[in-house]
Design a protein around this ligand. Sequence first.
Ligand SMILES: Cc1cc2nc3c(=O)[nH]c(=O)nc-3n(C[C@H](O)[C@H](O)[C@H](O)COP(=O)(O)O)c2cc1C
Length: 336
Amino acid sequence: MTDTCTVDPREFRNALGAFTTGVTIVTTCDAAGRDVGLTVNSFNSVSLEPPLVLWSLARSSASLAAFVEAEYFAVHILGARQEALSNLFARRGADKFAGIELERGQGGVPLLDGCAARFECRTAYRHEGGDHEIFVGEVLNFEHFDRPPLVFQKGGYAVAVKTPAAKPAPPVDASAPESSISRDALVYLLGSAHAMLLSKMRPELRARGLDDDDYFVLNVLAAGQPRSVAELDALMAYAARHVSAEQVRSLASRGLVLCSGEGDALRASLSEPGRRTMLELAAVSKAVEEDALQQIDFSEAHLLRHLLKRVIRNTAQGVPALWSSHSSKSIGRSTA
Ligand SMILES: Cc1cc2nc3c(=O)[nH]c(=O)nc-3n(C[C@H](O)[C@H](O)[C@H](O)COP(=O)(O)O)c2cc1C
């Protein structure tokens, strides 16, 4: 090659990182019958007739000899939930196949489960490609599954979400009351979503003799520490709700809350029956959430949660930590 431009490797990597790819794991067996594999995003399609695919392997890879000698290899296009597997197979020297359930393909090549698509290939050609070896595989067999793919962009994992033009959002209920707030305003959309989710939980709350305020208090107490009435009231104030000693005592009289102290020193914590009730309601909340996420695929739901957390973080200045944190015990995990 002549006129090769000299590049700053980091800049070159950064520029290449603008090209969004899927993530694959390519596997084979070495001459001794040992399973070999690594994470690869240089995979691409080459030809439909005959069916050919390619990928490139760093000459420095510990797997080079195995792939050069092997007649067959398999390419697994990873699903959105396989980030950990991708990291494992990107680690040199790791015991990559330990404890992983495998099937066997052409030539005994290890086949992984849980991916979005899988191609069994015979090495058709190999080409020198600078510091990489390019493998072109003839596809002998392939499968694809209804799973969203894992995506790699700018040096990090991502999920693929269809653009609104490709998947238009249906209009929201036209019977919603007229108001000056645009139906696209976040305050309208988030408020409506919250109200709808809570309305689906209400029958289960009522069946347990609980109203919305009780549920909010129990949710706060389920986060762990005992709270005074004043603390509960301060936490609820952000949701325009108020907590009284009377309400806390009423929950105690129903066995859901334990009280200690009197007057200003009154503190409430969740009782064992209260904890069981909250576990049941967590299952109800999960079912309501699953119902609400119908026809919203994994990647979209992941993005929705991520964006909502950012909106909460951006608006949470001065708000008690319980509302803005997202520990698994916090109220933020429930539909409340
Ligand atoms: C998302 C991602 C994509 C990668 N793509 C490639 C690739 O296309 N070719 C390659 O040789 N290494 C690639 N790697 C790096 C290898 O997975 C990594 O160097 C691995 O340790 C090689 O394993 P081995 O040395 O045991 O063969 C990639 C790593 C990641 C995380």
